[in-house]
Design a protein around this ligand. Structure first.
Ligand SMILES: [Zn+2]
Length: 303
C-alpha cells in the first residue's frame, strides 16, 4: 500500500531555522491527510512540494498554538486560491467556536468553500472511514484536552489465484464467496478458501501521539502498530519539566513503544534546549533500539 508519513515540522513551542512547528502529512492510497498545523505549515508544504490543495481532511490534536496557529493562514490561502471542495476539520469543539466567533480573524460566512467540523471526544472512536482506511482518535494525557490519531489500513480481501479461476471454471458467485473469505463447493467437494486464494498483505498502521505525558492507557490502542510517532519533548534528566508540562521524555516514548510492541518508533516535538538530539536518540534506543529522530522534510514509507 502507498502509506507514507512526511514530517513538516518537528519542533515544539518556538519555531527555529531548522525546525518548524508540528505538522505531518499522511499519504494513504494517494490521498494526503494533514495532522496538526503549527505556524508556518503552509510554507513547509511549499518547501517540500506537498500538493496542499488536495488535502480534504485536517486533524488537530489539541488547541495549543504550536499545533494549530497555521490553520488560520492555510484557510485564508485556500480562500484566496478559490478552493471549491469542502474542508473537513477534526478537532475539539472549541476550535469551531474560535473560528466562528464574532471576533474571529476569519469570516467563515464569506469563505468561497465550506468547512465541516467534526468534534473530537474523550473516548476512543472512529472519526473517519473510507473503503481503504480507518482513522481513530483517542485521548492522551496533556495539560488540556488532547487526542492522538491512529491510521489503519482496512483488511483487504484475499486474492484469488488466477489459474484456479480457469482450472475450476469458477462462477461469479464463487469468486465473490472466495473474496468474502468463504470456503466453496466445487462438484460436491468442499475447497478451503486458502487453497484457491493468496492471503492479502497484512494491514498497515500509523499512530500519532502528541502531546502527552507518559500514559499507559494508550498501549492497547496502539498495540502492534507499524510506526508510532510519540513526542519526546525532554530528556530523562529534565523529567521534572516533562511532568510539570504534561510532556514525555525520550525514555517515556521508548517505554511506550516497547510495551505496545510497535515495529518502529519516531520521536519528535523536541524542546529547543537540546542542541544535539543524538543524546535523546541514544536515550530512547537504549530501551527501544528501532527508534529514529524526526526532522523537517523526513519521509518514511510504511511498507
Ligand atoms: Zn501541547
Amino acid at each position: 500500500m502507498n502509506f507514507e508519513i512526511q514530517i513538516l515540522g518537528s519542533g515544539s513551542a518556538i519555531p527555529t531555522k531548522d525546525r518548524s512547528l508540528t505538522a505531518q502529512i499522511i499519504t494513504a492510497y494517494k490521498e494526503p491527510y494533514l495532522i496538526d498545523c503549527g505556524e508556518g505549515t503552509q510554507l513547509q508544504m511549499r518547501r517540500f512540494d506537498v500538493k496542499f490543495s488536495k488535502i480534504k481532511h485536517i486533524f488537530i490534536s489539541h488547541l495549543h498554538g504550536d499545533h494549530f496557529f497555521g490553520l488560520f493562514g492555510l484557510i485564508s490561502t485556500y480562500n484566496l486560491l478559490g478552493r471549491k471542495s469542502t474542508l473537513n476539520i477534526y478537532a475539539h469543539k472549541e476550535l469551531e467556536d474560535m473560528l466562528l466567533c464574532e471576533n474571529s480573524p476569519l469570516k467563515i460566512d464569506e469563505l468561497v468553500f465550506d468547512i465541516k467540523f467534526h468534534h473530537l471526544s474523550d473516548e476512543e472512536k472512529i472519526i473517519y472511514e473510507n473503503n481503504n482506511l480507518i482513522v481513530k482518535s483517542f485521548p492522551l494525557n496533556h495539560r488540556i484536552k488532547t487526542c492522538g490519531f491512529l491510521f489503519q489500513q482496512k483488511v483487504r480481501q484475499p486474492n484469488i489465484i488466477k489459474e484456479k479461476i480457469t482450472e475450476f471454471n469458477l462462477s461469479i458467485q464463487q469468486i465473490l464467496d472466495l473474496k468474502a473469505g468463504k470456503d466453496i463447493e466445487i462438484d460436491n467437494k468442499l475447497f478451503p478458501n486458502n487453497e484457491l486464494t493468496n492471503s492479502p498483505p497484512a494491514p498497515k498502521s500509523y499512530a500519532y501521539c502528541s502531546d502527552t505525558a507518559y500514559f499507559e492507557n494508550i498501549i492497547p490502542i496502539i498495540q502492534n502498530t507499524d510506526l508510532l510517532f510519540h513526542e519526546a519533548t525532554f530528556s530523562e534528566k529534565d523529567a521534572m519539566n516533562a511532568e510539570k508540562t504534561g510532556h514525555s521524555t525520550a525514555s517515556d516514548a521508548a517505554n511506550i513503544a516497547q510495551k505496545a510492541n510497535v515495529k518502529q518508533l519516531l520521536i519528535g516535538h523536541f524542546s529547543t534546549r537540546y542542541p544535539n538530539l543524538n543524546y535523546l536518540l541514544k536515550e530512547a534506543q537504549n530501551i527501544f533500539p528501532n527508534t529514529i529522530l524526526t526532522e523537517d522534510g523526513l519521509v518514511i514509507e510504511i511498507s
